[in-house]
Design a protein around this ligand. Structure first.
Ligand code: ZN
Length: 101
């Protein structure tokens, strides 16, 4: 469990979902994305895995790892998502943002 799991855990908490994972750490959950489910996701069609940091919704396109999820839900670029997840990277640090933008 690391920082990525904490971010997923926070999404779960926001949805009012307790994490009681079944097989292999997967937990059924209503989709985190409101865009993908304009009328709400009343029959939980998504699964989240705090062990591996993965997410998969069977009702909309939202699936992938925690980076994909953060990028989609918070409209972030990949470097922004990495920063959000506290992963500054090491080998290939992104260039400094220009301060005049
Ligand atoms: Zn969905």
């Amino acid at each position: 469990m690391g920082h990525k799991s904490e971010v997923l855990q926070r999404y779960l908490t926001e949805k009012g979902v307790d994490y009681h994972p079944g097989r292999m750490g997967w937990q059924k959950v209503s989709c985190f994305s409101d865009d993908g489910h304009p009328n709400g996701d009343r029959n939980p069609s998504a699964s989240v895995n705090l062990v591996t940091g993965h997410y998969h919704c069977f009702g909309c396109e939202l699936a992938g790892d925690v980076y994909d999820l953060v990028m989609e839900l918070e409209s972030l670029t990949y470097p922004e998502a990495k920063k959000r997840l506290g992963d500054e990277g090491s080998a290939s640090a992104p260039p400094m943002e220009p301060t005049w933008l």
